[in-house]
Structures are given as C-alpha cells and as structure tokens.
Design a binder for this molecule. Structure first.
Ligand SMILES: [Zn+2]
Length: 261
C-alpha cells in the first residue's frame, strides 16, 4: 500500500526528539510522501526547513492558522509568499476559521483568512483549509474568490452532511483523519463520507493529534504519527465498502495530482 499523508504537524514539540525515526517508520509503513502543515510564520519556516531535508518525501504548506490570526501583521503575507517560492512548499495554509475555540477575535480571523486566499489565488498554489464551527462565514469569504480559486482542500473534515454537500458543490477536496475511526464522535462522518467524489478524497493523520481508535494497541504516550495512516485508510475503506488497497490508490493519486508531487 502506497499512501500520502496530507497533514502532519511534525513541527510540534512532541516530535522534537525523534523526528528521523518517525519519518522512517512512516515510509516503512508505506506512507511514502507527507505534507507538513504550516500553522504560523515561525511554524511555516520550520516546516519548510524540515521538508527541505527530505526531498521527494516531505513537503510543506505555508500559512497562518486562525488560532494565530492575531499575530499577523503587514509583513505576514509577503513572508508567506517568499516561503511559497521554495519548490517543496506546495500549498498555502493551513488557514481558515475556528469559531470553536476562538483563540483569535473573529474579525481578525476573517481578515487574515481572506488575505491568505488572495495569496493562493495570486500564486495559483493549492489552498489547505481549516474550518471549525464557522461554516457559513467560511463559505461567505471563499465565495468572493471562487472564480479564481486554485484547488482547495478542507482538511480534517468533521462537519455535518449539509456542510459536506456544500463543500462538494463548491468543488473542494476533503481530507479525512482518524476522527472517522472514533465510533462515538465520528459516527456521522462514517455515514456521509460516501458522498465525497472518489477523485476528491484524501487522507491525513493530523499527527500528533487524533490518534486512530481502531489500532489494536494504542501507544502509551497517545501520540499520533504518520506511520499510523493505514488505520485511517482501514476505517475509511470500511465505511466506503471498498478495500484498503483501493482507497490507498484513489487517495494517493488524488494527493499527487492535488499537490503536484
Ligand atoms: Zn486544522
């Protein structure tokens, strides 16, 4: 099984001690390529730096997560643009809206989300999006750019059926995490993933977060890592009534094309 993990947060300090081993375990498990999520200016620089050390295996995104919208300033977009010139920086994001935690004031979240969409349109680089409990405003902002929007993925989708239908209608791709293996929280997701067009589905661990629930034994430290992506695929395959191999092939082809990797 060849897989691509489209969202790993290996700039997280939980990977500071053993990153080479983590990447090695992932490739051993068939996860041949991974995209490191950039979530702040500092984080995006770090992500690009790490990706640069693993050519052909690691890639990264450049963006500011809505949690950090209040740290943005008038140099932010220019810095992201400069980072995006690097060959292994393959998308703008993660950016979007998070009205669940509201770590940054909503007007600032909206402002810097729009600014990053604009940058992705200008560069015609794929967009890697985050949305939590902000669906309507999220769509509203995106709609202004829809005409010129590059390929767009809503990563770690956990929303409702209606929201999913809306994203599909808008032409977006959907990223599925281990959330789907959570029989309690992921129950609704399990039922609706069938609605995603086969060629717009991708998989991700969002490690170190969202440890899959369907592992035979879960690590004591509860840290998720990219080598656990096959469990996400297994769970997704069951809900789609396909074989894991089939899901692997579909999602890998889609990710290759989406990120041009
Ligand atoms: Zn996210």
């Amino acid at each position: 099984m060849k897989l691509i993990d489209i969202g790993i947060n290996v700039t997280n300090r939980r990977f500071s001690k053993d990153l080479p081993q983590v990447i090695n375990r992932a490739t051993q498990a068939g996860v041949e390529q991974m995209v490191i999520t950039g979530t702040s200016i500092h984080g995006s620089k770090r992500a690009a730096e790490i990706a640069g050390k693993y050519p052909g295996i690691l890639y990264s995104t450049a963006g500011v997560h809505p949690h950090y919208a209040q740290d943005c300033n008038n140099e932010t977009i220019a810095t992201l643009e400069k980072l995006a010139q690097k060959e292994h920086v393959v998308a703008i994001g993660e950016c979007g809206l998070d009205y669940n935690r509201d770590f940054s004031p909503r007007p600032l979240q909206n402002k810097w989300f729009a600014a990053q969409i604009e940058l992705a349109c200008k560069l015609q680089l794929p967009l890697f999006l985050h949305e939590r409990e902000a669906h309507d405003e999220f769509i509203n902002i995106l709609r202004d750019y829809q005409q010129n929007l590059p390929k767009t993925v809503v990563h770690c989708f956990t929303g409702t059926e209606k929201e999913l239908e809306h994203y599909i209608e808008m032409g977006y791709y959907i990223g599925i995490t281990g959330w789907i293996s959570d029989v309690r929280r992921g129950k609704h997701l399990w039922k609706i993933v069938k609605k995603i067009p086969e060629n717009r589905l991708m998989v991700e661990t969002d490690s170190p977060f969202l440890l899959p629930h369907n592992m035979p034994s879960r690590p004591k430290n509860r840290r998720n890592e990219p080598s656990f992506l096959p469990y996400v695929v297994k769970s997704l395959a069951r809900s789609l009534q396909k074989s894991p191999e089939e899901v692997a092939e579909l999602t890998t082809n889609t990710a290759k094309e989406f990120f041009a990797i």
